[in-house]
Write a protein that binds this ligand. Structure first.
Ligand SMILES: N[C@@H](CCC(=O)N[C@@H](CS)C(=O)NCC(=O)O)C(=O)O
Length: 228
């Protein structure tokens, strides 16, 4: 049988094949935060863009819970965005992000918990109100705003959540704040959050954000991985 193989691009070098595989979905804020740290620290992976409605078999085999991001390493599979971030920072951490994370680990973990559990809970019920209880939309928006206001207060005291320079605390939550804004940009922009508005726009206009948000071909459909 003659196979219809593509022969117009060179075979991937062995060193490329050794890079870990990242299953990712462009618009997922968890995948976004992993990509932000990977890119910022220049830790290379082979990115496989996933269609969440048509997940590839290899992802389901690697991680039956089938959320993204997932990182497949030779010896282990990381199925949580924060595990991928900590792994990336163990490979290369030129901005000393682990130092700021570990400065007061229990405060850092508390911050993560309030983001991933509390804020995300209300964000989903506000942004995707139609899937939950549409009549509770504003209730969840207002509860999410309590968390947002704490962020604004912190940004009034220091330029970034991570201190003088943008860092791990900013990168792990900005993709979610972006989603909160997208639910109703006019409303969000009209809120009195001068510092957050400034930092969010700066982030959205940054080269780093543009790089991690580049459109990638869907791996299952095209077989094309993106060198990321
Ligand atoms: N705790 C996980 C959450 C990941 C997550 O929920 N990702 C969403 C996309 S934003 C997902 O893959 N959902 C599964 C689906 O939609 O089928 C992490 O931090 O990586």
């Amino acid at each position: 049988m003659i196979l219809n193989l593509r022969v117009d691009f060179p075979p991937m070098a062995e060193t490329e094949l050794l890079k870990p595989v990242l299953y990712s979905f462009r618009r997922c804020p968890f995948a976004m935060r992993a990509r932000l740290i990977l890119k910022k620290c220049d830790v290379k992976v082979r990115l496989r863009e996933v269609d969440l409605k048509d997940k590839p078999k290899d992802l389901l085999e690697a991680s039956p819970k089938a959320t993204v991001p997932v990182l497949v390493l030779p010896e282990q599979i990381l199925e949580q965005s924060m595990d991928i971030i900590f792994w990336a920072l163990s490979v290369r951490d030129p901005y000393k992000m682990m130092l700021s994370w570990n400065a007061d680990k229990s405060v850092s973990e508390q911050f993560l918990k309030s983001l991933d559990n509390d804020f995300k809970h209300h964000l989903d019920r506000y942004k995707y109100a139609a899937r939950f209880k549409p009549k509770d939309k504003d209730f969840h928006r207002d509860l999410a705003m309590l968390w947002i206001k704490k962020i604004e207060d912190r940004l009034a005291e220091a330029t970034y959540l991570s201190g003088e320079n943008i860092g791990i605390f900013d990168y792990i939550c900005l993709p979610f704040i972006r989603q909160f804004r997208i639910a109703n940009p006019d409303w969000f922009d009209s809120q009195k959050l001068p510092n957050l508005h400034k930092r969010l726009s700066q982030f959205l206009e940054s080269e780093l954000f543009k790089l991690v948000m580049q459109k990638m071909p869907t791996w299952k459909k095209t077989g094309l991985e993106t060198e990321f």
